[in-house]
Write a protein of this length. Structure first.
Length: 149
């Protein structure tokens, strides 16, 4: 039986958030948090808009999801993010005790996997979902930025 609400479905929703970031001149990273096949938080990078280095898509999504749930722990939730989380966001996911992280593009230099950042022991990780689409959006953004400068 076909599962309509699979990782690809939700990553497409995260990509929509990344496209909104792109349109705002933000690094195009989008994130959503899902609980029982329901999106409870949507976010994208706002570091330029808020002039805040911590305003990554994941951080915005954690805050929104915690507000929605009325608590800081996201044990039964899934984070979908278009780019592999950095150390800061992976650390926040540890404290939030997120149940699962699903990411699109890998981040070989600053991603938590390469930097051996510890996640909560119960957190599951899946990478590479819509990796090409996520990577292409990031590449397009930086090509456009270089051409403007």
């Amino acid at each position: 039986m076909l599962q309509p609400f699979d990782d690809t479905f939700f990553m497409k929703k995260a990509l929509q958030e990344a496209e909104m970031a792109f349109d705002k001149g933000e690094i195009p990273v989008g994130a959503i948090i899902v609980l029982k096949d329901q999106i409870i938080a949507r976010a994208h990078n706002l570091t330029e808009t808020l002039n805040d280095v911590t305003a990554h898509a994941e951080m915005q999504a954690f805050t929104s999801a915690s507000d929605f749930l009325g608590g800081k722990y996201l044990k039964d939730c899934i984070l979908y993010v278009t780019l592999e989380p950095c150390q800061m966001c992976a650390g926040a996911s540890y404290w939030a005790q997120i149940g699962k992280i699903v990411y699109g593009a890998t981040e070989p230099e600053r991603g938590f996997m390469n930097l051996n950042t510890k996640l909560h022991p119960k957190t599951k990780v899946v990478g590479g979902i819509l990796e090409n689409e996520c990577s292409q959006l990031l590449k397009s953004f930086f090509i456009e930025k270089r051409n403007l400068n």
